[in-house]
Design a protein around this ligand. Structure first.
Ligand code: UDP
Length: 362
């Protein structure tokens, strides 16, 4: 297939502003290239792709980022700023669509979903979040009725947020496991990774780390500085070791040095990339049983689950996770989280859609 992948309208690929979507995009592109598809990525100016994606064409557009939906209230209407990146991306995608067999949207936004019945080239969407907005719920439900096979989700927990007419297409996610090194000898520290924003629940991980008497290495982009300061003030000085946003190679090295990862979603986490990335380094995960992580963590094998928002239970889960066999974590990631298997699932999803394209329009 000749595929146009349209990136998130929030930040450049590689900046961390797009969160897990950035890793999903690079895995998906690398995996599809290896399966001999031709890939063009349309993304914000400043984006860069890892070397495994070097055979992809990269088209860049400039513009003002979309406000991220997860930081608005549920009833916030669709907003498109003047000089919009979203508009620029989709103007280009529509202008160039005749050159492709399928358009694959990774942006969680209203405009591309609304466009689904109106493009000449089939438009598919890998939805990256659960329900955070009434306007998004509505348009996803509409596409779910009119074009159900054009939607895919990461996990069953995520898809259950939406009013879908048919059982959803579930793709999981995938990672370039060759870039995550197994570390059998961690330091006396815990890890936490993600965008530093309220929906990620860092304050609960901080409290649990303090109770467990281990420092917590915090890896990620500070999206909300006031929130980060409140979390820092909530625990004894020295509990948190702030590392900032780390590139993939530094992130995996830092993860591998942790005895366990604490994962504390306050929202219905669509997948939970950092869970699998930690497992790939041999790091067991103690997580709230909410969203994707509840499907990923295998109690007593790769980690431990606690009822959501129960810090005491998270402390107990942390203790259980510390005793687990690190090799079993790596093994689980190899079996369930490879980029190759993910790309094969994406291909199987897109192939029938690409056949819907009207003949003779190339
Ligand atoms: N991440 C990173 N560097 C960091 C911290 C996080 O590259 O210092 C990446 C991490 O590898 C993961 C993504 O950010 O792929 C976060 O994805 P996740 O699905 O955990 O959460 P989201 O941000 O999508 O809510």
């Amino acid at each position: 297939m000749n595929i146009l992948v349209i990136s998130t309208p929030v930040g450049a690929v590689g900046s961390g502003q797009g969160g897990g979507v950035e890793r999903t995009l690079t895995s998906l592109v690398a995996g599809l290239l290896e399966r001999d598809h031709s890939i063009t990525v349309l993304a914000a100016c400043g984006s860069s792709l890892p070397s495994r994606c070097s055979a992809a064409r990269l088209w860049l557009e400039a513009g003002i980022d979309q406000p991220s939906w997860q930081h608005q209230s549920h009833q916030t209407p669709v907003q498109i700023p003047a000089g919009s990146l979203l508009a620029a991306l989709w103007q280009r995608a529509l202008a160039e669509q005749g050159r492709f067999d399928v358009l694959l949207n990774l942006g969680y936004d209203w405009l591309p979903l609304w466009l689904t019945p109106h493009t000449a080239t089939p438009l598919a969407h890998l939805v990256s979040m659960g329900s955070v907005s009434a306007a998004m719920d509505e348009v996803i439900a509409q596409v779910g009725r009119s074009h159900p096979r054009h939607l895919a989700f990461h996990t069953a927990s995520q898809a259950a947020d939406f009013d879908l007419a048919q059982p959803p297409v579930l793709l999981g996610n995938g990672f370039d496991l060759s870039t995550y090194r197994f570390n059998p000898e961690p330091l006396a520290q815990l890890g936490w990774a993600g965008r530093i924003a309220p929906e990620k629940g860092l304050e609960d991980a901080a409290a649990a780390a303090a109770a467990l008497g281990l420092p917590l290495v915090v890896m990620g982009l500070v999206e909300d500085a006031a929130y980060a300061e409140r979390v820092e003030a909530s625990v004894p000085a020295g509990t948190l070791r702030w590392r900032g946003f780390l590139a993939a190679s530094e992130l995996q090295a830092e993860l591998g040095r942790c005895r366990a990862l604490l994962n504390t979603p306050k929202w219905n986490e669509a997948y939970g990339n950092v869970v699998v990335e930690a497992l790939a380094c041999g790091v067991p995960v103690a997580s709230y049983a909410r969203g994707g992580p509840a499907e990923l963590v295998q109690e007593g094998l790769t980690g431990a689950l606690a009822p959501a928002d129960d810090v005491q239970a998270l402390v107990a889960a942390g203790r259980r996770a510390l005793g687990l066999e690190r090799q079993a974590c790596r093994h689980w990631a190899e079996t369930h989280g490879s980029l190759e298997a993910f790309a094969a699932r994406v291909e199987a999803w897109l192939q029938p859609l690409s056949g819907e394209r009207p003949q003779g329009r190339r």
